[in-house]
Unconditional design. Structure first.
Length: 266
């Protein structure tokens, strides 16, 4: 079982901080008094205290940054092609939907609300220890219909524009997608591209999004494990909105596309 990094970070921060505080309040003066009696100019602190004093400020900064500002994630699959590629390292805005307590994931300050078209990182409802990234398609109260590889929201067809065959030549380290068509989609205020595989069976259905939940889909529509398979994402599972790419390197293929560094995510 993979340990919860957020929980581990909180524990290490608290432990190092308490060690440092306890030493300053109770033990450091005793060492100094003993050193004076033994005429030692500079008594050496215990190793645990030295490490705690050095690590606590660093751990605290990292904890605050990843809990309330930005957290890095790596894209492990092709479910969001062409928007995100395997090997993309992204930054997620953690305060976009409100500030949450680390580990408890309880929102204590409301900042903004999820919007249709956002690329969202969330805890997988089936297994909350796993993080997923998809595009938010359905808001609470929406009726989502997917039929003949076309998306309908509340009975209205989402506008699309065919962009032709998807070319793997556009993407370094990419496996060719010979039957994929790129389609430009207008989802709310967001204009983005999706992939449609003409040779793949569609996953038709209709879903009514309940209150406090969201409907997520991958941009690689026929190669995505999303809400069409496992249902809705509760609001408390939302972790943040993906905002930018800071690195691209696929360890499996041993190559990267450094031209993607700094690209925004829409």
């Amino acid at each position: 079982m993979i340990p919860d990094f957020a929980l581990l970070l909180v524990i290490l921060t608290l432990f190092s901080g308490l060690v440092w505080l306890a030493d300053n309040m109770f033990f450091r003066r005793r060492r100094m008094d003993k050193a004076v009696r033994q005429k030692v100019l500079k008594p050496r602190d215990p190793v645990l205290v030295e490490y705690s004093r050095s690590l606590f400020p660093v751990l605290l900064i990292v904890l605050l940054f990843r809990s309330f500002l930005f957290e890095p994630f790596k894209i492990p699959s092709g479910s969001m092609i062409p928007t995100l590629l395997v090997g993309d390292f992204i930054l997620v805005n953690k305060y976009a939907y409100g500030l949450k307590l680390p580990v408890l994931n309880t929102r204590f300050i409301s900042v903004g609300e999820p919007k249709r078209g956002d690329v969202v990182v969330f805890r997988y409802p089936v297994n909350p220890s796993v993080n997923f990234i998809k595009r938010l398609v359905g808001l609470p109260g929406d009726t989502i219909t997917y039929r003949d590889k076309q998306l309908f929201i509340n009975g209205e067809l989402v506008a699309t524009k065919d962009q032709g065959i998807y070319s793997s030549a556009e993407v370094k380290c990419s496996t060719p997608e010979s039957d994929a068509h790129r389609s430009q989609e207008q989802l709310g205020d967001v204009q983005h591209d999706t992939l449609i595989h003409l040779g793949s069976p569609g996953r038709d259905g209709q879903w009514e999004v309940p209150p406090g939940h969201y409907f997520m889909m991958g941009d690689n529509r026929d190669r995505s494990n999303d809400s069409r398979e496992w249902g809705f994402v509760p609001e408390e599972n939302l972790m943040g909105r993906a905002v930018g790419i800071w690195m691209n390197f696929d360890l499996n293929q041993g190559c990267g596309d450094f031209s993607r560094i700094g690209d925004g995510i829409r």
